[in-house]
Design a protein around this ligand. Structure first.
Ligand SMILES: [Zn+2]
Length: 412
């Protein structure tokens, strides 16, 4: 077989600092760490939205939310011709299967495009809290059945585990405790260990390629809030990313250049030797097979959030974003956050990774000029496509049922 089997594993709201491969002080994820040690770790990986659907869509379609048209928790790819990772996998000759675990990622989003099999989450089907999402076990069982059907064919599978979200519902202990416990027990010793047992039983564990990441991070009271979706600080945009690819990605290597979810599709096109075709034209990402100088500020990562359904947090630190569309652009050195109303914040990520000290408003002309430059880049980026700030308000309002389900997910 020319290419290895590929498993794209995304874990909802997983913070990199809780994964041992990213933080040696963490002992929560031995199963994940063992496989990640076979590949390359990207310490500066970024998501493009602070909540699931737009973040996952940008990851799979290789384009920013204003380019995919999926900017809210419920959305649909704006163009059926946008290429996705699954379509690239199919072109490369793989049997493809997608296993989302929440109804917000079901096939009406358009994310099923390119998958031979796509397992929608239906009401009442082994779900938690009224059909919102499904635990990893039934996903893994479906993967097991898919691998059996695939026989010896090369496979590409995407699995999105939602199990860590459960900690939102547990008020019995502080959030730090329930988050760490659920990561260790439900995710690492649960979904991930079970996934690896299944792959081993199909003799597909040792020679496979893996991409591990999260759709977005999670605030455990950074900036005074818990959860995700209230702002664009890196506590929700910084994600774990590791690529295990025998013969292509160096084992045990740590890379500190900026890596983005939009880079995954170009990277896979590169790894699969897929020549440029129309539906993959104009992708904003770059292949991660090329290493960029970690000090280079030329690569930027964009993110956005809409206030449409979130921002009900009462933390005073994020109330200033309430009601405004917000966008951010960062390079390895600096990050600009700006709102539709014109408010701006600039952070020096080299000395202030926690984004606690806004450099603007301190009579520092240098900060002002850096912010202006990033702001120009940001405007040029979003104006080059349809949309910009306005289009997220074009989406229809959610139904009462959907609002209830979103509330069960911990969102509204
Ligand atoms: Zn999510």
């Amino acid at each position: 077989m020319k290419f290895p089997d590929v498993f794209l594993i995304s874990i909802d709201c997983l913070r990199p600092d809780h994964v041992g491969a990213f933080n040696r002080l963490s002992r929560l994820t031995p199963n994940l760490d063992r496989i990640i040690s076979r590949g390359t770790v990207f310490t500066q990986a970024m998501s493009h939205a602070p909540f699931t659907t737009p973040a996952v869509t940008s990851m799979l379609a290789g384009r920013y939310p204003f380019q995919t048209g999926v900017r809210l928790l419920l959305g649909q790819l704006c163009d059926n011709n946008l290429g996705t990772i699954a379509e690239a996998a199919r072109l490369a000759g793989y049997a493809t299967a997608g296993f989302p675990s929440s109804f917000i990622l079901n096939s009406p989003t358009g994310l099923s495009s390119g998958f031979d099999e796509y397992r929608d989450i239906e009401d009442g089907n082994l779900t938690n809290r009224g059909g919102c999402w499904q635990y990893g076990d039934p996903l893994n069982q479906s993967l097991d059945a898919f691998l059996t059907r695939a026989g010896k064919d090369p496979v590409f599978s995407w699995l999105h585990y939602f199990d860590l979200h459960e900690y939102h519902q547990d008020q019995s202990a502080p959030a730090h405790t329930t988050y760490a416990r659920d990561l260790h027990q439900r995710v690492d010793a649960g979904c991930i260990a079970s996934l690896f047992r299944i792959l081993e039983s199909h003799d597909r564990l040792d020679r496979s390629a893996f991409i591990f990441t999260a759709d977005h991070g999670e605030c455990l009271f950074q900036h005074g809030v818990r959860g995700h979706g209230q702002h664009l600080y890196n506590s929700v945009l910084h994600v774990p990313l590791a690529i295990v690819w025998p013969g292509e990605m160096q084992a045990g290597r740590y890379r500190h250049d900026l890596a983005r979810h939009v880079d995954l599709l170009p990277t896979l096109l590169d790894l699969w030797n897929i020549e440029s075709i129309e539906r993959f034209d104009g992708l904003p990402g770059r292949s991660l097979l090329q290493v960029e100088d970690a000090g280079s500020a030329s690569t930027t990562s964009y993110a956005e959030a809409s206030p449409r359904q979130l921002f009900d947090g009462n933390a005073s630190e994020v109330r200033r974003f309430e009601g405004a569309e917000i966008q951010s652009l960062q390079n390895t050195n600096h990050k600009l956050i700006q709102t539709q109303r014109g408010e701006r914040e600039l952070f020096d990520l080299r000395v202030d990774p926690g984004e606690c000290r806004n450099l603007l408003g301190s009579d520092d002309g240098t900060a002002e000029s850096i912010a202006n430059r990033l702001s120009c880049e940001l405007d040029a980026l979003s104006e080059s496509e349809q949309g910009g700030y306005a289009s997220s308000s074009d989406a229809p309002p959610e139904s009462k049922l959907v609002r209830e389900r979103l509330r069960d997910l911990g969102y509204v």
